[in-house]
Design a protein around this ligand. Structure first.
Ligand SMILES: Cc1cc2nc3c(=O)[nH]c(=O)nc-3n(C[C@H](O)[C@H](O)[C@H](O)COP(=O)(O)O)c2cc1C
Length: 223
């Protein structure tokens, strides 16, 4: 698989087969992702990976707590600015509409939407869940570094025949996750990531999101 293929075939996979992912595969992905760039070579990423018993245990704990707080206990950072503006607002809206359309959930059906959203906290059935932390003293440039590291993980996953879904939704459960993993207080949960084999029959995995045309975001000069 070349880089083009990996990028083109990566998508946010929201339904998985229960097929386990070997530890050697996860290790190979993380070993290779170590080569991701970071400003000053700080390598600000911290990753926790769960599968099997520990994953089941964490998800069961969240499931117990979900009825009281369906959107978690609140995040430590704003996933989006409180009022999004154009063109971002429309893009976000479209993404949500297209996602729920794949599973036939209309806008008015808030309960069904919430139920689907809650699937985030099951890693969409993936056999592996990753959590990405960053030292809370670090700033936007290092957050960008962690994002690059996550993209490396997602592209490498494709090389191993796996799919993934990055999940900021997990930030709302940072307290539960942090306590479960016993992470030091200076680490902040940025995002989770589902990893596993894509369920090819799942309607939700038919979503292919749009992208703005090159002219909308790029300017090339002097060629
Ligand atoms: C940092 C990050 C966090 C995301 N968080 C979530 C999430 O919590 N739940 C979810 O279903 N998708 C999440 N997504 C997936 C985006 O919705 C998705 O990347 C975007 O709509 C483009 O679609 P694609 O990934 O299928 O190309 C996240 C993506 C990124 C990069």
């Amino acid at each position: 698989m070349n880089v083009d293929d990996a990028i083109a075939s990566r998508m946010s996979c929201r339904a998985y087969l229960p097929t386990p992912v070997p530890e050697a595969t996860v290790r190979a992905i993380l070993e290779a992702a170590r080569r991701s760039p970071s400003g000053g070579n700080l390598q600000p990423w911290h990753v926790h990976v769960l599968t099997g018993g520990p994953l089941t245990e964490l998800l069961a704990d969240i499931r117990r707590k979900l009825p009281q707080s369906p959107r978690g206990g609140g995040g430590e950072y704003d996933v989006y600015p409180p009022e999004l503006w154009e063109p971002y607002r429309s893009r976000r809206y479209q993404c949500g509409e297209d996602l729920y359309a794949t599973i036939g959930v209309p806008r008015e059906d808030k309960l069904a939407r919430l139920r689907q959203f809650a699937r985030n906290y099951e890693f969409f059935g993936a056999p592996v869940g990753l959590f990405f932390f960053i030292d809370r003293g670090l700033g936007p440039p290092q957050w960008a570094d962690v994002g690059m590291f996550m993209q490396s993980v997602m592209l490498l996953a494709r090389e191993h025949g796996l799919h993934s879904c990055p999940q900021e939704a997990w930030s709302a459960w940072h307290r539960t996750v942090g306590e479960f993993l016993r992470v030091p207080a200076e680490l902040m949960l940025f995002a989770g990531m589902a990893l596993g084999f894509r369920d090819e029959d799942a309607a939700i995995n038919r979503l292919r999101t749009e992208r703005a045309a090159l002219e909308e975001f790029a300017s090339l000069q002097g060629f």
